[in-house]
Design a protein around this ligand. Structure first.
Ligand code: URA
Length: 437
């Protein structure tokens, strides 16, 4: 087989065979096929597309390019969740304990973040001592015993994706549905869960800018997941403003705790109820979505969801005191307010720009080597459609020093747009795709 022939085949709009796709991924991962040929293939795929069989073959070939986690030592059904990423996205911190408190096992591999805030792992490391460096055996044991564990991604999980994603990033070939689907689903399949629920964001702070593009991606992700034998559902949610109020690691943990305590009832709780009910129904733990939502709300009201978070933090070596006393979480020495320059209604919050403010404060990484400061970030007080008086605070900046606080406050003002009159917010949950794709 010659890569040149495969490139020409795809360039001319033909489908690649299963063997051709396997050869291409195996030899690219092994360094036999060079980057210049693979980038040409990625562009041909971007322009010509792939049918479902090809996308499935590509996904499976990538899944098997490295370690594949076999979760069979864990009894019962195992669920996992994936988010296409967004600003202030602390969903896993709330969703996972809530679902585990309803009896469904959560076996989750998470990454560290590159960009505006840390990933789930960085956020959880706000608890002193918390570690996601679990061996497979510890991971299995924790899920069996506590119903939940979150582990860092193993170094050799889908090496094909590590190479391919870096290549796509510099060759203009990221926005191809077949390439995105195979990239995301190969990692989810390699992580081994039976039920996969996807949170696909659309809007300013996300990867897919329009609801239509996000829906197309969500349909393709769930279809390929099902063709690979998994229970799969997806939710399309609005990212035209940050999710919830906090952006920054310990600040997001604090907000997640407030939701788990039943103290906050906004978009974040709604999203976790929707994702959680997809998980419980797909796993057969609830007969329908209303029943699933009742189970999840009961887990919150009874305190079981919060206790589950504390149980997981303790089981992974962390000090869980802050779950019950969030004032013990790392806190920034400088907090300053961002007063509104005029009265009006919030008509836009540039989510990505808010994320960048948090990153510059030290809450995210520009490069893999950067060290995250868990204390810093932004807490919004006003969100889309909220009325604000002149001089009233739009947000608080949590910073390591006065200088970075003042700089962040200036930048945060540019993230807000105000208008006169009312602003109608688009629905936060755009669509839920269950068994209907
Ligand atoms: N996230 C991924 O993991 N892969 C993509 O291709 C895009 C987003």
């Amino acid at each position: 087989m010659r890569m040149t022939d495969l490139i020409a085949k795809k360039r001319d709009g033909q489908a690649l065979t299963t063997d051709e796709i396997r050869y291409m991924i195996t030899d690219y991962t092994a360094g036999i096929i060079p980057d210049y040929q693979m980038s040409s293939m990625c562009m041909a795929i971007l322009l010509r597309g792939m049918n479902d069989r090809e996308v499935l073959d590509l996904t499976l070939a990538m899944q098997h390019s490295g370690d594949v986690l076999d979760l069979s030592p864990i009894q019962g059904i195992k669920a996992d969740k994936h988010s296409t990423g967004g600003v202030g996205d602390k969903t896993s911190l709330v969703l996972c304990p809530m679902v585990a408190a309803c009896g469904l096992k959560i076996a989750k591999m998470s990454g560290r973040g590159l960009g505006h805030t840390g990933g789930t792992i960085d956020k959880l490391e706000s608890f002193p001592g918390f570690s996601t460096a679990l061996t497979e055996e510890q991971f299995f044991e924790n899920v069996n015993r506590h119903g939940i564990a979150i582990m860092g991604q193993t170094a050799n999980l889908v090496p094909a994706d590590k190479k391919l994603y870096a290549l796509r990033d510099v060759t203009g070939t990221v926005p191809s549905i077949p390439l995105i689907v195979s990239s995301i689903m190969s990692k989810k399949l390699a992580s081994g869960a039976d039920v996969i629920v996807l949170d696909v964001k659309c809007g300013d702070g996300s990867f897919m800018k329009t609801a239509e593009d996000a829906e197309e991606l969500a349909r393709n992700l769930t279809r390929i997941g099902r063709l690979a034998g998994k229970k799969c559902a997806a939710i399309i949610t609005d990212m035209d403003q940050p999710l919830g109020y906090a952006v920054g690691n310990a600040l997001e943990v604090r907000e997640a705790i407030a939701v788990l305590k039943g103290e906050e009832e906004g978009d974040l709780l709604r999203l976790c109820l929707a994702l959680g009910s997809c998980m419980l129904t797909e796993a057969g733990y609830a007969s329908d979505h209303d029943a699933a939502e009742r189970m999840l709300l009961d887990a919150v009201k009874s305190g079981r969801a919060l206790d589950k978070l504390a149980e997981m933090v303790t089981a992974q070596g962390g000090d869980a005191s802050a779950v019950y006393r969030p004032e013990l979480l790392p806190a920034a020495p400088v907090i300053c307010e961002v007063p509104s320059p005029r009265a009006g209604t919030v008509s836009r919050i540039h989510a990505e720009a808010v994320g960048l403010v948090s990153m510059k404060l030290g809450g995210g990484r520009a490069t893999k080597e950067d060290v995250i400061d868990p204390r810093v970030g932004v807490v919004l007080h006003k969100k889309l459609g909220d009325a604000v008086a002149e001089g009233e605070s739009l947000a608080s900046i949590h910073a390591a020093d006065e200088k970075s606080a003042a700089e962040a406050a200036r930048q945060l003002l540019d993230c807000y747009e105000l208008c006169d009159g009312e602003v109608v917010r688009p629905p936060f949950i755009r669509k839920i795709l269950r068994g209907d794709v």
